[in-house]
Design a protein around this ligand. Structure first.
Ligand code: HPA
Length: 275
């Protein structure tokens, strides 16, 4: 098995290029409840996932299912409103297929966002965290299989998956706008259950600050193709607390929606400062 079907990627890319000659500099992925960023984007063209050859179709409530081409922070972006999760039943090639397409459309940067549970005692619901590193606890790896060296190396370096300069810019932007923004480690796992109390504790002990069911496969594939990565979590619930901690998808969406404008501002200004 190949870890990437380049012919399929190129087929999708040429389909898109026949619809629009828009060349994005960055790809952006919106997490659950974070579609507020779409409103901040000056949209030029938009395609439903269902109409894009080889694209899987999103099934989760709160996920838009559109590929949007537009301008944010003065930069041309391709934006995924709704992502593909492993827990939906897609394999890792399907989950990460859009990242391959973004790269072959011209995107050199990937900006990812997610709604996540917080394990760090300093975090509150609605806080933002810029991702400085991740821990991959998914049961399947997106680069498993025969590698295509034309696309990326067999053994990609992961010592600095999230771009340090972009993190620094984000801190300055947050401070200038009085936005609380933490920095920390995101743990990605398969879901779809939220974690047990013992699991949240374990995830904190092994070094996690936030936890969610996405992002990590996408970031791995972006780094495989040497894209620069910027990532943010919105803390939508707190895994570490003594009282009984019942988490619902509705709560997650509500907290993410409330934090979306702050995140949109940071994404937009990080883009603005790109060369
Ligand atoms: N755990 C996993 N995924 C999540 C959570 C969580 O607590 N909150 C939002 N997505």
């Amino acid at each position: 098995m190949q870890n990437i079907d380049l012919a399929k990627v190129l087929e999708t890319v040429s389909f898109i290029q026949n619809k629009t000659n828009f060349k994005p500099q960055a790809g952006v992925i919106l997490g659950s409840g974070l579609s507020g960023l779409v409103e901040a984007t000056d949209i030029e063209h938009s395609l439903e996932y269902i109409d894009i050859p080889n694209f899987p179709v999103s099934t989760v409530e709160g996920h838009g299912g559109k590929l949007i081409f537009g301008t944010l922070g003065g930069k041309k972006i391709v934006l995924m409103s709704g992502r593909f999760h492993y827990y939906e039943g897609y394999n890792m090639q399907e989950v990460t297929f859009p990242i391959r397409v973004m790269k072959y459309l011209g995107a050199e940067i990937l900006m990812v966002s997610n709604a996540a549970g917080g394990m760090n005692a300093a975090f509150k619901v609605g806080d933002l965290m810029v991702i400085k590193d991740h821990i991959n606890l998914f049961p399947e790896h997106p680069l498993r299989g025969r590698n295509n060296a034309e696309v990326g190396p067999r053994f990609p370096d992961m010592s600095e998956p999230y771009d340090t300069a972009l993190i620094k810019n984000a801190h300055q932007i947050a401070a200038a706008n009085n936005i609380v923004m933490h920095e920390g480690v995101y743990i990605g796992l398969q879901g779809p259950t939220f974690e047990t109390r013992a699991e949240y504790k374990y995830l904190h002990i092994i070094g996690g600050d936030t936890v969610g069911m996405s992002t990590v496969p996408e970031v791995i594939v972006a780094r495989h193709m040497d894209m620069k990565v910027f990532g943010m979590s919105v803390v939508t619930d707190l895994g570490i607390r003594d009282e009984l901690n019942v988490i619902t998808h509705e709560e997650v969406l509500e907290a993410a929606n409330a934090a979306a404008p702050k995140m949109a501002l940071i994404f937009s200004e990080v883009l603005q400062q790109l060369a």
